[in-house]
Each structure stands twice: as structure tokens, then as C-alpha cells.
Write a protein that binds this ligand. Structure first.
Ligand code: HEM
Length: 415
């Protein structure tokens, strides 16, 4: 039992019972961040704010949404959009945040790649980040089903069918996931459970893990400099704040981040107020109809690059069907991203513009992803199909072949 004395202040009362000051110092007051970073390092906090907004707006939508194939469409498009006061606003906030969070996730991940923040002790930050990307993808996909419009229905049909390519158990697995032979009411209710319960819980836990993985290796910086955090923290605490290379998470880092978050919020609410349409497909304003397939089925913009890899392999190879090759290539591309730290064979941590070969590789990868995204929305016929094929192969070759080669060269040159 702790030795409790008469408290001298409210803070002292809590300190004696739950070591509040100590906890605060570990989490924020004496958690050290390098000074040499810029606005790109605010993206993690922007993501946290966006997730919070999604959570709150989602709770409000949940009060009126009906997870039933006969009622879902109307509960969203009439009850929430027309009858509930400000229901439209919460729906627009939810839809725009769901789309924009992927933009910020991509920026955040590519900043990590550009500055080499995924290697030399930071591998677990990368892996937990990729896990977040994967779970966010499942969260977005399950949420897209809920309005039960035409695109909700047909996207669910296409994506759940992908599991049919798994040898031996494929067909049984598709039926198990759907809860029926085709996408129908049981599919909607189980995806509803995933979207509002299981996946948000897992996301919150994995965000906690992602933050924890930053503790030991610390956040990287603009030059990839190896900082002695203990020494620099000591300088800071002794009052030499000018020469110390670090600042505390609070107030130093977070107060600056709040400034960037505020700027971002102006942009965000501008989109919510005037350009919310980009986050809602017009085809999804038609109720789900199992008897009428839309002319083109495509996912939201943030999944287009993966969708194009899925469609990129459009011909059978021997007994293996084109659809199975595409599904395999898409799964392989996704899994490969988890192993980025393994394919990069050099231990140089520096911004890409100081690593010649890597710099070219980085921009080729971005260009390839943009081509995949643009062609992912176009019909996969004639010339388009070949562009899709070459850029899909290009993505895999850049990641699995070119990256190891240029980084092995870099490692040898630095010996
Ligand atoms: C909603 C999801 C995510 C949240 C809330 C989040 C949050 C954060 C925060 C607060 C930081 C520290 C400050 C900063 O660099 O921004 C960080 C760092 C980092 N995150 Fe994430 N992150 C998320 C997703 C991802 C994803 C998808 C990846 C990539 C696979 C990723 C990779 C990284 C890396 C490599 C760092 C270290 C940056 C450095 O050391 O300079 N994160 N994240």
C-alpha cells in the first residue's frame, strides 16, 4: 500500500494515487520529438483528428440508420438526408472524411518512404501503419455497403466473389462471408456489425500500437540524422532549449500540429459544404437491384490502383484463369507493401533527394500508382487493358526487383 499523506493540491492528491504527473510526462511532457521536421510530420495528428470525426459523425448516423435490406436505402437517403435536422451535414462529414482520410494516409505513408522512416529500428512503425491501412480499407468497404445503393451492392458482389479464387475452399468461403448464396440481407447485417463494432475497436487498438512503436526508435527527421535523444532531452530540461535538437510532444510539437490541423479543417469543411459530391457516387443514389448490373463497376478513388492490378491480368495463363491471376497479383501487391523494410537493403536513412537511385525509383512508383488509379476508372478494353497490364507488372517489378537492386548498390557504394 502506498504511503498516502495529506494532499497539498488537487494534482498532488492524484499523483499520490495514480502518478498523474509521471503519466503525463511519459505520454507528452517529456516525450521528445526532433525539432528538424516540417508540416509533413503533422499528418499523423491530422489522421487522428479525422478518425475522431468519423467516429462522432458515425455515432450520430447510427441513431437513424436501419441495417435491413428493405429499409437501409430509405433510412439514409430520406430519413437522414431529408427528415432529421442536420442529418445531411453529418452524412457529408462522414462521407468526405472517409475519402479524405485515405488521401492523408497515402501522403503520410509516402512521406515515410521518402525519408526512409521505415527502416533501422522503425520497421514496426511501418508494419503497424500498414495494418492500419488494411483495416481502414475493410472499414471503408464495409461502410460503402451500408446505404444499399447500386454501387454498394455490386461492389460487394465483386469483392466478396474474389475469395472464390482460393483453391478448394473458395466457393464455401464466399457463401460463408455473404451468409447466403448471393449478396443479400444477411450480408448487409454482418457488414454493419463489422463497420460499427468490430473494426472500429480493432482500429483504436492498432492506433495505440502504432503510437507505441514510435516510442523507442523515435520520430525520424528531415535529414535522417541519428539523434541522441537522452542527451538532447537533458539539454532541454537544463534550460538550453535553443541548442537542444528536441522539443517535448506537448506543448512544442502538438501546438504546431494544432495550427496545421486548423488549416486542414478549413479545407475539409470547404469540401463538406461545397464539394461533398466527389465522395458519393451518383450510381449509389439508385437503390440496390440484384437484377440490374451497372455498366461499369468501380470502387472509390482510393482503391482504384488495387482494382486496376486486379483487372490488369486480363488473359488466362494455361489452366489458370485471368480473374485468379489478377486476384493473386492484387493480394501479392498489398502483402508486399508490408515488407518494404525488407526489400530496401540499404541502411542509409536520408531524404530521397539525397539518394540518387532511390529518388528516381520513388517518383516512378508515384507515377505508376497515378496511372493505375486513372485507368482503374476507365473501361478495361483495348488499349486501356494493356496500359493496366504494364502498369500492374510495373508496380510489382518496381517494388520486388528494382528496389532491392538499387538499395544493394547503395549499400555497397557506402561501404
Ligand atoms: C489512421 C491511421 C494512422 C494514424 C492515426 C497514424 C498516426 C501517426 C502519428 C501521430 C505519427 C507520428 C507523427 C508523424 O510522423 O505524423 C506517425 C508516424 C508514422 N507513421 Fe503513422 N498513422 C497512421 C497510418 C499509417 C500508415 C498507413 C503508415 C504506412 C504504412 C504509417 C507509417 C508511419 C511511419 C513510417 C511513421 C514514422 C514517421 C517518422 O518517423 O518520421 N502510418 N503515425
Amino acid at each position: 500500500m502506498a504511503h498516502i499523506t495529506k494532499a497539498t493540491s488537487v494534482r498532488d492528491w492524484f499523483d499520490q494515487r495514480i502518478a498523474l504527473t509521471k503519466l503525463w510526462n511519459v505520454l507528452a511532457g517529456q516525450y521528445w520529438i526532433p525539432k528538424n521536421i516540417n508540416f509533413l510530420w503533422a499528418m499523423g495528428v491530422v489522421l487522428t483528428v479525422l478518425f475522431t470525426l468519423l467516429f462522432i459523425s458515425g455515432l450520430l448516423l447510427l441513431m437513424y440508420y436501419k441495417p435491413d435490406a428493405n429499409l437501409a436505402f430509405d433510412s439514409v437517403n430520406y430519413t437522414i438526408m431529408k427528415e432529421v435536422e442536420y442529418g445531411w451535414l453529418w452524412r457529408h462529414i462522414h462521407a468526405v472524411a472517409a475519402s479524405v482520410i485515405f488521401l492523408i494516409i497515402y501522403i503520410h505513408a509516402f512521406v515515410g518512404i521518402y525519408y526512409g522512416s521505415y527502416k533501422k529500428g522503425r520497421e514496426m512503425i511501418w508494419i503497424s501503419g500498414m495494418l492500419l491501412f488494411l483495416i481502414f480499407s475493410a472499414e471503408a468497404f464495409s461502410g460503402y455497403m451500408l446505404p444499399w445503393g447500386q454501387m454498394s451492392y455490386w461492389a460487394a458482389q465483386v469483392i466478396t466473389q474474389l475469395f472464390g479464387g482460393i483453391p478448394f475452399i473458395g466457393d464455401a468461403l464466399v457463401e460463408w462471408i455473404r451468409g447466403d448464396y448471393a449478396v443479400s440481407d444477411p450480408t448487409l447485417t454482418r457488414f454493419f456489425m463489422l463497420h460499427v463494432c468490430l473494426l472500429p475497436i480493432v482500429i483504436i487498438m492498432v492506433i495505440g500500437v502504432h503510437f507505441y512503436t514510435l516510442r523507442v526508435p523515435h520520430v525520424n527527421n528531415l535529414e535522417g540524422e541519428e539523434i541522441d535523444f537522452e542527451l538532447e532531452a537533458e539539454k532541454y530540461l537544463k534550460g538550453d532549449t535553443i541548442n537542444s535538437k528536441v522539443i517535448p510532444f506537448w506543448p512544442g510539437f502538438l501546438s504546431k500540429d494544432f495550427f496545421y490541423v486548423s488549416l486542414f479543417m478549413i479545407f475539409f469543411f470547404y469540401l463538406v459544404s461545397f464539394h461533398f459530391n466527389f465522395a458519393m457516387d451518383p450510381i449509389n443514389f439508385d437503390p440496390a437491384n440484384a437484377a440490374k448490373t451497372p455498366t461499369h463497376i468501380y470502387p472509390e478513388w482510393y482503391f482504384l490502383w488495387q482494382y486496376e492490378i486486379l483487372r490488369g491480368f486480363f488473359f488466362d495463363i494455361g489452366p489458370i484463369k485471368a480473374a485468379d491471376i489478377g486476384a493473386l497479383a492484387m493480394a501479392f501487391a498489398g502483402i508486399s507493401l508490408f515488407f518494404m523494410p525488407l526489400y530496401d537493403r540499404s541502411d542509409v536513412v536520408a531524404p530521397a533527394h539525397k539518394r540518387k537511385g532511390f529518388f528516381v525509383w520513388f517518383w516512378l512508383l508515384i507515377i505508376d500508382l497515378i496511372i493505375l488509379t486513372v485507368y482503374g476508372k476507365l473501361p478495361p478494353t483495348g488499349f486501356n487493358a494493356w496500359i493496366g497490364f504494364f502498369s500492374s507488372v510495373g508496380f510489382l517489378v518496381l517494388l520486388l526487383v528494382v528496389l532491392p537492386i538499387i538499395t544493394i548498390k547503395e549499400r555497397k557504394a557506402n561501404r
